[in-house]
Design a protein around this ligand. Structure first.
Ligand code: 0O2
Length: 212
């Protein structure tokens, strides 16, 4: 199936995208403020960096096709939770849980779904923490509700996920067995590396405390 909307639906989708762009801006402002706060008032900032993206129409159509749904703007709006997406990259897994708690306590948006793929990695080896937050766009938008997906990962997990995504895309879902095995092994090694790095970080922290 072609990953393309009919002209009329594409026009409707463009309007819907305006809404998701605004939602993305609102959530990004909060996260940027959090980043600023950590830089100004805390000894260490657990956030390495923040990335954002709006799903392309081709990618929206591809996801609807994969779910066996008709290619309409309304169905995309109702069924996809990740049209607006944010990725927060942290140094250590522990930081991820810290930031998840802060996001859950934000007054301006509500967490409506969460998935902990750190505790329970996907079969592919994928690790990340996913949150779907919901927010009201205000009077101007007729108080419409909009969802934004926030993915939280360590730098190492992001390195793996980016490569795996590229490989998966190249093989259009039919990845050769040896490659998926290779990626699963790499995911485990990356997890081990994450834990080792955290261990070193803790040791250094303890030494610093002894010196004070
Ligand atoms: P893209 O191109 O990154 O946007 P749903 O999204 O709710 O329909 P599901 O399975 O419930 O489907 O969502 P899930 O697993 O919580 O998250 C889906 C998103 O997580 C994906 O979006 C990816 O960004 C990421 N993800 C999930 N599993 C994997 C994986 O095995 N490898 C990699 N690299 N990323 C993964 P999209 O739309 O599939 O892709």
């Amino acid at each position: 199936k072609k990953n393309r909307f009919e002209v009329e639906e594409f026009e409707k989708l463009k309007n819907i995208m305006v809404k998701y762009n605004c939602a993305l801006e609102i959530v990004m402002t909060h996260l940027n403020n959090l980043n600023t706060y950590y830089n100004a008032f805390e000894p260490v900032n657990p956030i390495e960096h923040i990335k954002r993206r709006i799903k392309s129409p081709e990618s929206i159509a591809g996801k609807l096709n994969k779910k066996g749904l008709p290619l309409t703007a309304e169905i995309a709006d109702q069924t996809l939770h990740d049209i607006a997406g944010i990725r927060i990259i942290c140094a250590y897994a522990k930081n991820i849980y810290e930031i998840v708690e802060i996001i859950k306590n934000q007054a301006d948006f509500t967490v409506i779904r969460e998935k902990d793929y750190l505790m329970a990695p996907k079969e592919s080896g994928y690790r990340s923490y996913h949150l779907i937050v919901e927010l009201n766009l205000g009077r101007l938008f007729g108080d419409q509700i909009c969802q934004v997906e926030i993915q939280l990962r360590t730098s190492a997990m992001d390195f793996w996920a980016t490569l795996e995504h590229k490989v998966k895309y190249k093989y259009e879902g039919k990845m050769p067995e040896f490659l998926s095995q290779e990626l699963q092994i790499s995911a485990e090694q990356i997890h081990e590396l994450d834990e080792r790095m955290y261990h070193i970080h803790e040791l250094v922290d303890e030494i610093n405390e002894d010196l004070i």
